[in-house]
Ligand binder design. Structure first.
Ligand code: FPP
Length: 238
């Protein structure tokens, strides 16, 4: 992820959907869809670097995903560990910072440790930022922000009439990351499913029928082309 060209979105957020259906279509276990989906994560991260997208935020595990069968949840957690091990070099080589948003205290201790190590080791990089939303829910994020603001009011550090939309933004999980310019959702679903509810206010949305395991560099670049055209029309006075 290098210096962004003006027509390229600075921040792309993705709802990676359709792993299960991709596997089902091939008569494979659902976890196979997630495994191949992890390869799509690597491909899209690489495509961001090549095309100049600086921030990539991925919905990797929602607060709602905990109700899935235990074996699938464990499978996703071990895929996450594997991804961190596989990608550690890449993140360093490309000076990419890893961040996480969500209630990561809910994750198994070993995965949480690996995650926090990787976050700490890459904290000084500024070339690009990969943010993983894990045990994440948009409403919970806003609720957490409101609670933190209420505490400040209670302590007398803030007056209610001083609270603006900026105050809310500043109390979200990653206040320094710019809002996404572009949201991609794969697999034909057209919902935002509790993802970045506050931050997506002005984002362009792109929905594709492609299942996440099939979403690679080519598909990503096609989406970016759509963004560029929409963006140009947006500024057109004719
Ligand atoms: C949605 O597909 C996908 C997920 C709930 C998990 C996403 C995880 C990965 C892409 C792999 C691991 C991630 C990282 C960062 C290494 P679904 O299971 O809901 O698909 P379906 O709607 O077809 O059932």
């Amino acid at each position: 992820m290098s210096e962004g060209k003006p027509e390229i979105p600075q921040h792309v957020a993705i709802i990676m959907d359709g792993n299960g259906r991709w596997a089902k279509k091939r008569g494979l276990p659902r976890i196979r869809g997630h495994q191949v989906g992890a390869d799509s994560v690597k491909a899209v991260l690489q495509a961001c670097r090549k095309s100049g997208v600086k921030y990539l935020t991925l919905y990797a595990f929602s607060t709602e995903n905990w109700i899935r069968p235990k074996a699938e949840v464990l499978g996703l957690m071990s895929l996450l560990s594997k991804f961190l091990r596989d990608q550690s070099h890449e993140l360093h080589d490309n000076k990419t910072r890893l961040r996480v948003i969500g209630h990561i205290d809910d994750l198994p201790a070993a995965v949480r440790r690996e995650l926090l190590n990787c976050v700490a080791e890459t904290a000084h990089y500024t070339e690009g930022t990969l943010t993983l939303a894990l045990s994440y829910g948009g409403r919970v994020e806003i609720t957490d922000a409101v609670r933190a603001i209420a505490e400040k009011v209670k302590r007398g550090e803030l007056k209610p009439d001083e609270i603006t939309d900026k105050t809310i933004s500043q109390h979200l999980y990653a206040p320094d990351i710019p809002d996404p310019d572009f949201l991609i959702r794969t697999s034909g679903e057209q919902r935002i499913s509790n993802f970045l509810l506050w931050q997506l206010s002005y984002a362009e949305f792109y929905f594709t029928e492609t299942f996440w395991p099939d979403f690679r560099e080519k598909e990503f670049l096609e989406a970016i082309e759509v963004y560029k055209n929409r963006h140009r029309r947006f500024g057109d006075i004719k």
